[in-house]
Design a protein around this ligand. Structure first.
Ligand code: DAH
Length: 343
């Protein structure tokens, strides 16, 4: 009987003298005296073997052991925390140089795009947007390219799995349809964005790239207006107003043209880029086909318009002398870092 008193007394002195000086040792202490299988718990049960007249005394003793363990644990924990804080402060060297904070840079596609957008904004165009995942109607049908139209083959399309309706837009032209079905003329917008085509990836073509679409619809808009607008653009973007319009075909414009900008052949780079002609092709354009206006609920008897669509990558390649289109999408910091100075 006296033995259980002794056991508790021993535990109490063990608790009082314990000096765990590492977090691990402290954890051992916690497990031994406060954990779910601690050594004090079974001693409460021993009370049934203690004679009645000493039960009270015994109970108080075991309780004291338990409270002591808790108090001791808390103060030891505090002491340890203060200790490690002090140690960390000692190691703190305020004279050490800070970690370098890397400054980012804008992607060359973004800076090229911003330049283009700014030029058209100065002429009163505002920016419109459409979704990357388009439906067949906006991407093709509204743009006068119904099913079975041979022009659909011009653009190899990524369809969404299990859908004949949804696709990744093959050009930014569907934004024309989105704007014309939701706004009334006069309409003067540009629509920059990402487009997708199922194409073999090489130095000159990629399965994803960027375009800027333009659309101007009002009463009495003429081919001359288009030419003047695009000439101003060429002047601002490339420093030359010398452009060339070649007859072309697009289902959504009539007549249609492709525009080349004169970049000359006075150095090897321009010679290569223009394939020895001095002309760089940058966009397709034309007068909006009356059928397209009608598809979108605009009266072609009253209104006319012009539209154009241009690729960004080729212009960025020319602006920054970049030889391979794939560099734009690899996001290699060694490439991107070179554009820090470009705003
Ligand atoms: N959507 C055409 C393409 O991706 C480019 C284009 C040509 C857009 C003529 C136009 C346009 O708005 O009028 O090749």
């Amino acid at each position: 009987m006296a033995e259980v008193f002794e056991t508790v007394e021993q535990l109490i002195s063990e608790i009082e003298s314990a000096k765990p000086d590492t977090p691990e040792a402290l954890e051992q202490f916690r497990i031994r005296f406060l954990g779910s299988k601690n050594v004090i718990k079974p001693l409460f049960g021993e009370i049934r073997n203690v004679p009645n007249e000493r039960k009270k005394e015994y109970g108080q003793l075991v309780n004291k052991a338990k409270e002591l363990a808790e108090a001791r644990y808390n103060s030891l924990k505090e002491a340890l925390a203060a200790q490690s804080e002090a140690a960390a402060a000692k190691e703190l060297d305020l004279t050490r140089p800070g970690d370098p904070f890397g400054l980012g840079s804008r992607h060359p596609i973004s800076t090229t795009l911003n330049r283009i957008v700014t030029i058209f904004q100065r002429m009163g165009f505002s920016v419109a947007e459409g979704p990357d995942i388009e439906d067949d109607w906006h991407n093709f049908t509204a743009m006068n390219t119904p099913e079975d139209h041979p022009a659909r083959d011009m653009q190899d399309t990524f369809y969404l799995r299990n859908s004949a309706e949804l696709l990744l837009r093959t050009h930014t032209s569907p934004v024309q349809a989105r704007v014309m079905t939701s706004q009334k003329p006069p309409i003067r917008i540009i629509a920059p964005g990402r487009v997708y085509r199922s194409e073999t990836i090489s130095a000159r073509s990629h399965a994803q790239f960027h375009q800027v679409e333009g659309l101007y619809v009002d009463e009495g808009v003429s081919f001359a207006d288009m030419k003047q607008t695009l000439m101003y653009f060429a002047q601002e973007m490339f420093g030359t107003p010398k452009i060339r319009l070649r007859p072309s075909y697009f289902p959504f414009t009539e007549p249609s043209a492709e525009m080349d900008v004169w970049i000359g052949m006075d150095n090897e780079k321009n010679y290569r880029l223009s394939k020895g002609t001095g002309w760089l092709e940058i966009l397709g354009c034309g007068m909006v086909d009356p059928q397209v206006l009608e598809n979108c609920g605009i009266d072609p008897e009253r209104y006319s318009g012009f539209a154009f669509g241009m690729g960004i990558e080729r212009q960025a390649m020319r602006l920054y002398d970049i030889p391979d289109i794939r560099l734009f999408f690899e996001n290699d910091v060694r490439f991107l870092e070179q554009f820090k100075a470009v705003i």
